[in-house]
Design a protein around this ligand. Structure first.
Ligand code: NAD
Length: 345
């Protein structure tokens, strides 16, 4: 396959460890000869600081033009402050599918040979931000309320993506994760839509299973190998993908793709890690794996595979690892070793 000459893409370094892991990832993509032509933009806290907006219009305009972005983590203040720029980006570009693969990269851990994919609905559920307080007497926050919305169309679109992905990647089993025993309407509609879609279009192409979210969390810790693809609603997917990240060595190891009708944005599952920002010790692997997903998405599987092989060799043959994996390498030392591997591959 021939590598295209130039692919315009938006680059958002993000907050906290974002700029450090973005620099590391860019160095690796350069070493691979990846043809991205970057348009650098800001968002999150950096957007507020430099453009007075957590999602400046020029950032949105850039992604509208390129339809492709690599993004570092964006900080969102908890309780109060501005609304998450990540959620706004997903809404702006209708990024309805969040694909979060978790694969064991370093063998011999507590959980070996993990190869799971979480497909999370990215636009609906309890993430839509319809929240308010009710005042009672002199307490303005006496009652807090949130509205969740799942639609038949939104559920079907995401389930169709997950089922098609399972078929395209040769997966054997898909598990719909829900809480339809309690939230009978909100997550019942997702479950019901998935069962109907499977019967109508996917029966026989893979096995379908259903599980309640709380039992799923327990089963993932007891025996994660019983699962293959997990497909679920927004909030459950957010929680489960962190749990699954923990099975493969932590948040430093899991990438994510936000895929929609209008664009695709690639990022690490983890956040801005303010506790280690600026120390030069962040693990860039998750973002590098996200950039490999971006290469796959753009039809450059050969480069993506070289990157994944390089990561495997750096971590396992050279045993060069950052502190979160029990190693002593800085982000820069890790990146240099990876580039040497890629150069010699
Ligand atoms: P976090 O993922 O930033 O950090 C959790 C823990 O994991 C921390 O101890 C951190 O040091 C560690 N960690 C994370 N990534 C690491 C890496 N690459 N290498 C080594 N260690 C790593 O979660 P948090 O502290 O809950 O969130 C911090 C901020 O990030 C918040 O403002 C949150 O809203 C934001 N956030 C953004 C995204 C995103 O942009 N997609 C995702 C999650 C959280």
């Amino acid at each position: 396959m021939t590598t295209p000459q130039s692919i315009p893409a938006t680059l958002i370094p993000g907050d906290g460890i974002g700029p450090e892991i973005i620099d590391a990832t860019l160095a690796v993509l350069d070493a691979l000869g990846a043809p991205f032509q970057w348009d650098r933009q800001v968002a999150g806290l950096e957007g507020v600081k430099t453009a007075g907006d957590p999602l400046p219009p020029q950032t949105v305009a850039s992604i509208r033009r390129t339809r492709l972005a690599l993004k570092g983590p964006l900080e969102t203040p908890s309780a109060g402050g501005y609304r998450s720029s990540n959620v706004r980006l997903r809404e702006e570009f209708k990024l309805y599918a969040n694909l979060r693969p978790a694969r064991t990269l370093i063998p011999g851990g507590r959980f070996d040979n993990i190869d799971l994919v979480v497909v999370r609905e990215n636009l609906e559920g309890l993430y839509i931000g319809h929240e308010h307080y009710i005042q009672i007497d002199d307490d303005p926050h006496a009652v807090a309320m949130a509205t969740g919305v799942n639609t038949r169309q939104g559920s079907r679109r995401l389930l169709e993506f997950a089922f098609a992905h399972a078929v395209a990647t040769g997966r054997k089993k898909v598990t719909i994760v829900h809480k339809a025993n309690i939230m009978k309407a909100l997550t019942g509609i997702f479950l019901e839509t998935g069962l109907e879609l499977y019967e109508r279009k996917y029966k026989g192409k893979f096995a379908l299973d259903t599980v309640i979210i709380d039992a799923c969390a327990m089963k993932l810790v007891l025996n994660p190998w019983q699962f293959d693809v997990l497909v679920t609603t927004n909030l459950f997917g957010d929680i489960l993908s962190d749990l699954v990240a923990g099975l493969v060595g932590g948040l430093g190891m899991t990438p994510g793709a936000n895929i929609g009708a209008d664009a695709a944005i690639f990022e690490a599952v983890h956040g801005s890690a303010p506790d280690i920002a600026g120390k030069g010790i962040a693990n860039p692997t998750a973002l590098m794996l996200a950039s490999a997903m971006m290469l796959d998405h753009c039809g450059m599987k050969d480069l993506a595979d070289r990157l994944r092989r390089g990561l495997n060799d750096t971590l396992n043959v050279d045993a060069i690892r950052t502190g979160d994996l029990g190693g002593r390498a800085t982000s820069t030392e890790f990146t240099k070793a990876l580039i040497a591997r890629i150069a010699n591959a």
